[in-house]
Design a protein around this ligand. Structure first.
Ligand SMILES: [Zn+2]
Length: 210
């Protein structure tokens, strides 16, 4: 995790220097970014109920209610710091709209996400280990501890994901076009991530060894 700073020209950013080369004002130290981020993404992905927050079927939670919950836990936090965290997030974890906030991916709560755009990519990628790849060829890609399967829009991103778990990543190439034509819903969470309930084995067209 990187610290959050504020550039008067470019707004909130992560790290020491802004894209313009200036060193902006420190807003939130690394450790607080980490703790605040873990708590907020935890609520929005896994346990809104634990804090009495109402989540609608598409994962939205009232922002002011979330702020109240966060402030009970972190006395130093406020609305402005929470927005700084959300707007400086470079991984596109959150979406903010009309006074509501949601996680864009990573849910383990039951959500529908039927207001997400359809993923238009013809090919998507899933990075995994050799062992898991063999199993997937038989049963398909199914979510583990999550509500959706997370697919990558590029080989590079799928490799990054796989390398978190294995030194010898296997990339599965998915025929998203054909899956879509067959009525399988695949939605776009952000530039690099697409979500599906599951991908049956017949849509895996190639296995790439790196
Ligand atoms: Zn700047």
């Amino acid at each position: 995790m990187e610290e959050i700073r504020f550039c008067p020209v470019h707004g909130f950013y992560r790290g020491e220097f802004c894209e313009c080369g200036k060193r902006g004002e420190l807003i939130l130290e690394k450790e607080r970014v980490e703790r605040l981020g873990r708590f907020i993404s935890g609520i929005l992905r896994h346990f809104p109920d634990r804090f009495g927050l109402r989540m609608d079927e598409n994962g939205w939670v009232d922002f002011e209610s979330l702020v109240r919950v966060v402030r009970r836990k972190f006395k130093w936090a406020n609305r402005w710091l929470i927005k700084a965290l959300i707007y400086s997030d470079s991984k596109g974890r959150y979406e903010f709209k009309d006074g509501k906030i949601r996680a864009k991916y990573g849910h383990s709560v039951e959500v529908e996400l039927n207001d997400y755009p359809t993923a238009e990519e013809d090919t998507l990628y899933y990075g995994t280990s050799e062992e898991e790849a063999q199993r997937i060829l038989e049963v398909g890609i199914k979510p583990v501890n999550q509500t959706f399967v997370h697919l990558s829009t590029t080989i590079e991103k799928s490799e990054e994901v796989a390398r978190l778990r294995t030194d010898d990543p296997i990339i599965l190439e998915i025929d998203a076009k054909r899956a879509r034509e067959d009525g399988i819903r695949i939605v776009k969470a952000n530039e690099f991530i697409a979500l599906a309930k599951e991908i049956p084995p017949k849509y895996i067209k190639r296995m790439i060894r790196l």
